[in-house]
Design a protein around this ligand. Structure first.
Ligand SMILES: [Mg+2]
Length: 363
């Protein structure tokens, strides 16, 4: 039975380079702007689905967009079937690799397909995935980069108070171990009782990580994220064995299989898939099922609006990572209150673009 609301008429792909309120200074890179690849799907029944991913580099955003367009070209006139189209898309990108740019482009399409599917059925995305709309506990990840340890205390208070957050994330990888330890103490003292996650952005060698993580292991941090290069699963497993603080990996899992490999190798104690790299909504749901079998908590990485819906459908839900980086291009940013993100009770993800802002920041 053909449902006009689900037949794809047109797909539009564009990119925006959005200025950041607080520039990102990590050990791995620095950013003053944040790139979003935007996908809009129009159906014969005039349903308009929306999706976005964040492909990091403005110079290569077009490559992700081209993959999304290539997939879309084959799907005009077809009925939206997100999980089926994910499998087709995976076959289509086989020759360029089922990861990186290929998987990211597929993820961009997958998110927009799921949004279209949910809107066509008049359901919030979380409901279309079999869950319910509810507030999602989140930590504020919008700051606490590698600044001067003195400035961190003030920013930690700011981030906590922004929307009554009970958790924030700070970054490590300063010149000396002593500076990192001092930074941790400054933050913990500034926001007592607040949960503090930590991220090393893969900046350390294995032996550096042993020393630095040992020095930080008693500071009460909630997790150590990506201390060393993400693909060294054996090294991560050895660190996890040595440290009391849980090791967190996941933003660099390219597809659900990477998560399975990491969990099989005991490389981490917690996971945090990235919507784009894990393969969109479909990739996320398949990864979430794997994490459940290992009784491992799943948190999210960036792209908070869409990830919030996915967290609601994730059996071993942990923490939603909250950043406000997309807000400049959103008509109605999500409500965040008492440290919880409120998914709107409207069809789809609940995101509409501020078209004037998209024009202003067009890439
Ligand atoms: Mg990270």
């Amino acid at each position: 039975m053909a449902n006009k609301n689900l037949i794809i008429r047109n797909v539009r792909v564009r990119a925006a380079n959005i200025p950041l309120k607080r520039p990102l200074v990590a050990s791995v890179a620095q950013f003053t702007h944040w790139v979003a690849l935007i996908v809009d799907i129009e159906t014969e029944g005039d349903v308009r689905g929306r999706g976005y991913i964040c492909p990091y580099l403005p110079q290569t955003a077009a490559a992700f967009g081209r993959v999304a367009e290539m997939l879309a070209e084959g799907w005009i006139g077809r009925t939206v079937a997100p999980a089926r189209m994910y499998d087709e898309g995976m076959k289509r990108i086989q020759t360029i690799g089922q990861n990186g740019v290929g998987l990211g482009g597929l993820a961009a399409m997958d998110v927009a397909l799921w949004d279209t599917f949910a809107r066509a059925h008049d359901m919030p995305l979380a409901v279309a995935l079999g869950a319910e709309v509810a507030p999602v506990k989140a930590y504020n990840s919008s700051g606490l980069w590698l600044q001067d340890p003195e400035l961190l205390a003030r920013e930690a208070v700011e981030l906590r108070d922004e929307h009554g957050f009970s958790a924030v994330k700070m970054r490590f990888g300063r010149e000396t171990i002593a500076e990192d330890v001092q930074s941790a103490r400054n933050v913990m003292e500034a926001v007592p009782g607040t949960i503090v996650m930590s991220d090393f952005n893969q900046g350390l060698s294995y032996s550096e990580a042993v020393n630095r993580l040992r020095a930080l292991d008693d500071e009460g941090l909630h997790w150590f994220e990506e201390p060393i290069i993400y693909s060294d699963l054996a090294g991560c497993a050895r660190l996890s064995e040595k440290m009391r603080t849980p090791i967190m990996l996941g933003e660099n899992f390219h597809g659900p299989r990477d998560m399975h490999e990491a969990l099989k190798a005991n490389a981490c104690d917690m996971v945090m898939p990235d919507l784009m790299r894990i393969g969109g909504v479909t990739g996320w749901m398949r990864a979430a099922a794997i994490a459940q079998q290992y009784s491992v908590e799943v948190s999210s990485h960036l792209m908070a609006e869409i990830s919030a819906h996915l967290m609601l459908a994730t059996p071993t839900r942990g923490w939603l990572e909250w950043t406000d980086w997309l807000e400049p291009i959103l008509k109605d940013p999500f409500t965040v209150k008492d440290g919880e993100v409120h998914v709107p009770d409207t069809p789809g993800v609940g995101v509409e673009w501020d078209e004037a802002a998209l024009d202003r920041y067009a890439l």
